[in-house]
Structure formats: structure tokens, C-alpha cells
Design a protein around this ligand. Structure first.
Ligand SMILES: NC(=O)c1ccc[n+]([C@@H]2O[C@H](COP(=O)([O-])OP(=O)(O)OC[C@H]3O[C@@H](n4cnc5c(N)ncnc54)[C@H](OP(=O)(O)O)[C@@H]3O)[C@@H](O)[C@H]2O)c1
Length: 294
């Protein structure tokens, strides 16, 4: 039985990966900062994973002494560690780059066979430090002695839930004119792709969901599901670009997250379709539960 270490196990994607790995018969070890989270359902209805976990290690990838020896008894490492909505003082370089690098060095020391890392599809030219930190790590991983498997997904349904949240409140805001396209993916679908990809060596996979939508179509779908009259406000690109330097002065982390979001909404982000769960069914299930369950 192959043994996998999952870092990022308490996050949206990590939870689905833990579940899928266990269902495929792997021995699953998780590296988490808080054991309590394993027994609770995650954000956006992602699963509670306590029952799918064989071994638990408490550690923080940004503090290398806390993860010493974590890879000693594993064959593969999966990492979806990164900053998304965390509000602590750590920067993208601290977590997305140096945190993952600490884990990679541990994996190298323990001669792990494969290291799978979750990057982002279609954001290579995005100037956000979020992307720069991820690209720096991808570069280290590609040059390491371990076989790399890099997954570049489009947007997750978790993030697209924001459209439903806005529609429930009566108005959806879009950057640009809403005509750019994306094929977002459900965490469970992406997890299945990740688990199958452990059979590969030195590969980069571009992964999108079942259907391609414009951002306006996603907003329209959200209004349909909540049975509200469509009210969509578009914020012109020039206005966002003029406001961005002010945000940078106030909060650098939020500025870089916003820059990334703005970039994604004003570019086409479409990758090979892998998903099964359609966005309408997902919106309906979230709406039935009364909101976004963040
Ligand atoms: N969301 C999207 O649309 C999207 C699209 C493409 C790529 N991605 C990338 O996919 C990855 C996973 O996304 P997600 O939505 O699953 O994110 P998420 O729900 O925020 O999960 C992030 C995971 O990283 C862990 N983490 C954060 N800082 C850490 C630290 N200092 N030490 C140890 N663990 C730490 C979190 O642990 P805690 O629970 O302890 O905070 C959590 O388990 C991210 O790198 C993201 O950039 C996301």
C-alpha cells in the first residue's frame, strides 16, 4: 500500500484529496496545524476527514523545525498549502514559496518518490506576488531530485460561490464587462484528477471543470438558482486599475489577492475539461443549505 502525506489537508481541495486517496486504498498521513479541524466539515461543504486519515502530524510548514522527519515513511507528497483567505501576518512568499520549499527539502531528505503541487492555470503573466511565490516554488520543484507532478487548475467552485452569495444579496459585481471565460471545477472532481495523476512522473497537468461560462453567465446562473431578478453591475477595468495603488498602500496582502482576482476575471481561464459536477447543481445544493457555508 502506497503512503501519501497530504499538506493542506484542512483546506477546500485538501479535504477532497484525503477522501479520494483513502477511497483509492492509499495510506493517508496528514500534516495539519490544527487537529480539531479534521472532525469538522470544511468551508463550502467540503468533507470532514477524520475517518479517512491514518496518521496525523501537527506542524507548520513555515517553521521547518516543526516538520522535521515528516516525510520519513511516505512514498508521495501532495501539497495544496497556500494562502487564500487566511488573515494572519504571513506573506505569500512565507507560505506559498518558503513553506512549500521546507516541505520539499524534507521530501528530498527522505527520498520521497513523487511530489504533487497545486499551482494555478492561466496566471503566468499575473503580476501578483501570490503568483510569483508559486512560480518560484514550481521552479524549485522542477529542479529537485524528486519526480514532480504539477497541477494547474482553473478556479474552484468554492470561489465561484461568491456569485451565489452576491445574487442572494440582490446584486452581482463584475470586473470588466463579464465576457471573459472560465471552466471552474468542483473540489471532488479536481481531487480525482490529482489522485489519478500520482501514476505520472515529471508532468504538468492543466485542469478545468465540466463547462465553460463567461463571468456574466455565471452571475445569470446564480440569479436563476436563487430566483431573483438579475442585477449585474460591471466595474470598468480602468476604474479598478486606478484604485489598485490605493489598496496597495492600505493592505499589501489584500492588494495582491485582489490583483489576482482581477487578472482572472479579465482573462480567459479555460483548461482541458475533467469535471462531472455541474455548476448549476452545485449552486442549487448550496442554496438549499441557505448560503455559502464559508
Ligand atoms: N481557490 C481557487 O479557485 C484556486 C484556483 C487555483 C489554484 N488554487 C490554489 O490551490 C491551493 C489550495 O486551495 P484551497 O482553496 O484548497 O485553499 P484553502 O482552503 O485555503 O487551503 C489551504 C491549506 O493550506 C494550509 N496552510 C495555509 N498556511 C499554512 C501554513 N503556514 N502552514 C501549514 N499549512 C498552511 C491551510 O491550513 P489551515 O486550515 O490551518 O489554515 C489549508 O489546509 C492554494 O494554493 C490555491 O492558491 C486555488
Amino acid at each position: 500500500m502506497e503512503r501519501v502525506l497530504v499538506a493542506g489537508a484542512t483546506g477546500y481541495l485538501g479535504r477532497y484529496v484525503v477522501k479520494a486517496l483513502k477511497q483509492q486504498g492509499y495510506h493517508v498521513k496528514v500534516l495539519v496545524r490544527s487537529q480539531d479541524k479534521l472532525n469538522q466539515e470544511g468551508a463550502y461543504s467540503s468533507p470532514s476527514i477524520y475517518d479517512f486519515v491514518d496518521d496525523i502530524v501537527i506542524g507548520d510548514v513555515t517553521r521547518s523545525q516543526t516538520i522535521k522527519g515528516v516525510c520519513l515513511d511516505v512514498d508521495f507528497v501532495f501539497s495544496s498549502v497556500g494562502i487564500t483567505k487566511q488573515k494572519d501576518k504571513l506573506t505569500f512568499m512565507d507560505v506559498d514559496f518558503y513553506g512549500n520549499l521546507n516541505l520539499l527539502r524534507e521530501a528530498e531528505r527522505s527520498k520521497v518518490q513523487r511530489f504533487m503541487y497545486i499551482n494555478v492555470h492561466g496566471a503566468d503573466e499575473c503580476p501578483s506576488t501570490l503568483i510569483k511565490a508559486k512560480q518560484r516554488f514550481v521552479n524549485e520543484l522542477k529542479h529537485s531530485s524528486i519526480h514532480h507532478i504539477i497541477i494547474n487548475p482553473t478556479g474552484y467552485y468554492s470561489d465561484i460561490t461568491e456569485f451565489l452569495t452576491m445574487a442572494r444579496k440582490g446584486r452581482v459585481f463584475l470586473f470588466g464587462n463579464g465576457s471573459n471565460k472560465m471552466n471552474p471545477i468542483h473540489g471532488a472532481d479536481l481531487a480525482n484528477v490529482c489522485v489519478s495523476a500520482f501514476a505520472k512522473e515529471n508532468s504538468i497537468l492543466e485542469v478545468g471543470g465540466a463547462d465553460v461560462y463567461t463571468y456574466r453567465e455565471m452571475a445569470e446562473l446564480a440569479f436563476k438558482v436563487v430566483s431573483q431578478k438579475e442585477k449585474i453591475t460591471t466595474i470598468p477595468e480602468w476604474l479598478v486599475k486606478t484604485s489598485l495603488p490605493f489598496l496597495r498602500i492600505i493592505n499589501k496582502k489584500q492588494y495582491n489577492l485582489f490583483l489576482f482576482l482581477f487578472y482572472m476575471m479579465t482573462h480567459d481561464v479555460v483548461a482541458k475539461s475533467h469535471g462531472k459536477v455541474d455548476l448549476k447543481s452545485y449552486f442549487e445544493s448550496v442554496n438549499e443549505k441557505g448560503g455559502n457555508n464559508v
